[in-house]
Write a protein of this length. Structure first.
Length: 115
């Protein structure tokens, strides 16, 4: 059984930074693409960005210049460095990890950005 556990969310003032982490517990499959999504209040879940096993990244236009995704394959962990946070970044952030046959979601970590 694979579980993804996010951490690092919290309350931050606009202009501040946070780093989210997502680690796999239980069995540790070989993850291909890992990434982050977010869901703001009253909105649909949206892609933040992804990273391949080889380190290639892809980002949503809205966060491209401010957020950065990295991963540690040995630890089956993915990170989201968020800089210059704005109130519109307020959301629950979910990590996602794909194997060749399955996809896994974390339970989410809340990020609240106040003016």
């Amino acid at each position: 059984q694979v579980q993804l556990v996010e951490s690092g969310g919290g309350l931050v003032q606009a202009g501040g930074s946070l780093t989210l982490s997502c680690a796999a517990s239980g069995s540790s499959p070989r993850f291909n693409t890992m990434g982050w999504h977010r869901q703001a209040p009253g909105k649909q879940r949206e892609l933040v960005g992804t990273i391949t096993r080889g380190g290639n990244t892809n980002y949503a236009d809205s966060i491209k210049e401010r957020f950065s995704i990295s991963r540690d394959n040995a630890k089956n962990t993915v990170y989201l460095q968020m800089n210059s946070l704005q109130p519109e970044d307020t959301a629950v952030y979910y990590c996602k990890a794909d194997t060749i046959s399955s996809q896994y979601w974390g339970t989410g970590t809340r990020v609240t950005v106040f003016p």
